[in-house]
Design a binder for this molecule. Structure first.
Ligand code: DI6
Ligand code: FE
Length: 404
């Protein structure tokens, strides 16, 4: 449904996610005017201006409308899978035994390097489709399983291709500083300077990079190494974000905040000082309960400190074959609530308004006049139901760029 004059969604309960008013920015008997891919007007049906009263109407019979969901942290492009390793571990294999059998991140790098662009796209499509089926209208896709120039570029090309194949916005993130490949073992600095940074420049030159990420951790890179990557990103005019304080406190958050990072992700081991720095830099805290759950982490992210310092919190799947084979953003919302005591309203803000902010997509994530018409229509009575149920998908319809 999309005529040039536009149309009106009527009979809807709107969780606009606009701050400052009712919880969820709720409008009980709402109407939304959609035209030219955008939102022309939003409000109570009773206030619909005369000029819109003759437009075609689509009655939603009391259903809930939210902004289209946004998954702002995924590694959905990769070769192979790690089910074998999952099974070995549950049969008692040690980390070393798994590694000797070719498991771990190295196995994903090997299989990603061996895959063609087409194979990477075909493998990722069902993952993307599962998210779209839950009302997702924007996703982030990271590189980081190539760790050589050609494969890093191929992963990003696959991300771009996915965005052309489906009605969804794909934001690509260069994550060359994810791990040191075996051929550079013990030479992390050389990998950063000789492969990662040149690959980032090449990917940027090909128009493949929307943002730059890194993994700051004892088992990955230190803040100084990531800082070198971020300085080049700044020269190229690219925004940055960081995987930080996931397994230990290694100081990445404050470094990322100093670089004005869009987001700092994982952050289980972040301190009150880190939260304060993020509040000052305006960085979003991206909470990733799928990884916490999968690796059976026990350190919870400092949600109270993020609230106190006004740090916007997003929730994302972290969809990857190792630490978070989680392919559902609805389940992610539930996990954010049950594992970390986020409220259902925070969970919904975490996959709409704040997730959009984490991707620098300021034209969406809320239902407001002038924004893009990316919407999700749900067969639920209250917004809390989206986070409450486990393993149930109540999506009724999805509107992407104004199109139903
Ligand atoms: N943090 C993680 O948990 C994953 N990457 C990252 O930066 C692990 C990725 C993998 O095991 O494949
Ligand atoms: Fe991640």
């Amino acid at each position: 449904m999309e005529s040039s004059a536009g149309y009106v969604l009527t009979g809807a309960q709107l969780a606009t996610m606009v701050e400052g008013g009712a919880p969820y920015g709720l409008i009980a008997q709402g109407a939304v005017v959609v035209r030219d891919g955008g939102i022309g007007w939003v409000g109570a049906m009773a206030d619909l201006p005369v000029e819109f009263q003759t437009l075609d109407r689509c009655d939603l019979a009391g259903r809930l409308v939210t902004p289209g969901l946004v998954d702002c942290h995924t590694h959905m492009v990769f070769g192979g899978d790690r089910a074998m390793e999952f099974e070995m571990r549950l049969n008692g294999a040690s980390y070393e035994e798994v590694a000797r059998a070719g498991g771990g991140i190295v196995s994903t790098v090997t299989e990603t390097r061996a895959a063609s662009l087409d194979e990477l796209v075909q493998a990722a499509l069902p993952r993307l489709d599962a998210l779209i089926a839950e009302g997702v209208s924007a996703v982030e896709v990271k590189s980081g399983y190539g760790l050589d120039r050609d494969t890093e570029l191929n992963m990003l090309r696959a991300g771009r291709r996915l965005g052309e194949m489906r009605p969804v916005t794909v934001k690509t993130t260069f994550l060359g500083a994810h791990a040191t490949p075996t051929e550079f073992k013990g030479r992390d600095d050389a990998y950063i300077d000789e492969i990662c940074i040149p690959a980032m420049r090449a990917a940027h030159a090909e128009g493949l990079v929307d943002a730059v990420d890194g993994f700051c951790e004892g088992i990955a890179f230190n803040a100084a190494q990531i800082g070198r990557v971020f300085r080049v990103a700044a020269d190229l005019g690219l925004p940055v974000k960081l995987h930080a304080e996931q397994l230990s406190h290694s100081g990445g958050t404050q470094m990322a905040a100093q670089h004005g990072a869009l987001s700092v992700d994982h952050v289980e081991y972040a301190t009150a000082e880190d939260a304060r720095a993020m509040g000052a830099s305006g960085s979003v805290a991206v909470i990733l309960p799928g990884a916490f759950y999968t690796i059976r982490e026990t350190q919870e992210p400092p949600i109270a400190a993020f609230r106190k310092h006004g740090v916007p919190m997003a929730l994302a799947t972290d969809l990857n074959p190792g630490s978070s084979p989680l392919n559902s953003l609805l389940l992610t919302m539930n996990m954010g609530c049950t594992l970390f005591r986020m409220t259902p309203e925070e969970a919904l803000a975490g996959v709409t308004r704040n997730a959009a902010q984490a991707l620098g997509l300021l034209d969406r994530g809320r239902i407001a006049a002038g924004l893009r018409a990316d919407l999700a229509v749900w067969n639920v009575k209250t917004p809390a139901e989206l986070a409450y149920r486990i393993g149930f998908n109540p999506l009724h319809a999805r509107i992407f760029n104004g199109e139903l």
